[in-house]
Design a protein around this ligand. Sequence first.
Ligand code: PMP
Length: 428
Amino acid sequence: MSNNQSLLARRKAAVPAGAASAYTIFAARAEGSQVWDADGKQYIDFAAGIAVMNVGHHHPKVTAAVTQQLGHYAHVAYPVQAYEPYIAVCERLNEAAPIADATSVLFTTGAEATENAVKIARIATGRPGIIAFTGSFHGRTNLALSLTGKVAPLRANYPHFQPGVFHVPFPVPAHGMSEEDSLKALDYLFKSSISPEQVAGIIIEPVQGEGGYYQAPVAFVRRLREICDQHGILLIADEIQSGFARTGRFFAIEHAEVEPDLIAVGKAIGGGLPLAGLIGKRSIMDTTQPGSLGGTYAGNPLSCAAALAVFDLIEEENLLQRSVSVGDKLKIELEKFAARNDVVPVGAIRGVGSMVAFEIFKDDGETPDPDATKALANRAVAEGLLVLPCGFWGNTIRIAPALTITDEDLEEGVARLARALLSDSVSK
Ligand code: PMP
């Protein structure tokens, strides 16, 4: 029988170091917000497959939809012949997006969605430049990696970036970067490096994911929209982590009441099956040549069937509201930890909907402590809780549970986090 130890040995022998996992446990089964490893140990899942399983693991409606589709056909290739589930997903995306007269195209991974956003922005405007933000994450493929605004570990020994991509500081006042500073940096970029008339698009995560769950201030997003309008630049929202009810709105950019030109989606859309997409204004999307968008597996029928179930569940199970109430409960509990002096100090508590995070600092209360953060995440796993470290400084713990999490699992997860936080002060 496989167990964690034997699987770890096999992984080390068969898989390169670059394909790393945060933890050395191996999943065997998952249900709702609970995961069991190969040793039979149960975990409360506050990571949800990196904000993918918004409707929870093994949801009966998703499983039924995929099984039914499997009975019809698994793959026929959209480039050969289209099929209804693909069209239906695009219709639902067009309806959900805060974009007037939208059309959509499907892909398989988030990186493909961001790469194609850049491609379409360049085709539609005839311009080369793309502006992204520090702390951003847009994927691991070559262009997506060039957009990504964080060196370690992804760009560290791979400095082969695509030309035409520029980075501007993402406004995080706690990091000494105000909205005004960011806008000033953008202005400087327009003077020093690329004229705004040569910029095709500005790509932004309305709430940064891997960067540490920082929300772009509403006024900042609105100002970006004005700057884009002034210079004919397209505003691209990367909602791959923040979309699909994760922040209490279908898309996080809705908090700013701003209409982007393009929206990249991925992760939660497929309910665990690989699916991504790009929604955009018809006039922009239609500048592409027939056959230039897609891929062999893009918009796979099984993934589309799962996505249609996810759309239904967001409505049927009121996941927009649930996202807010779960996030509020988590923030209240984190504030209680922050007020205690017998646990690891929890700071910089923040969150939009169920995209919740906190940071771990050194004893001075302000120097980020990535080592202590990693140690805390490992202790959480030992206590039976899955959380994910992230952040520009590597000292953020993010909490992104399924939006369907039960009150009991939420409370049990918080109790296990408390034990993980406590055991550090005990061991100090
Ligand atoms: N954009 C964002 C905001 C993401 O969080 C991610 C994945 N973490 C990606 C793009 C890339 O998606 P994928 O891993 O599916 O290529």
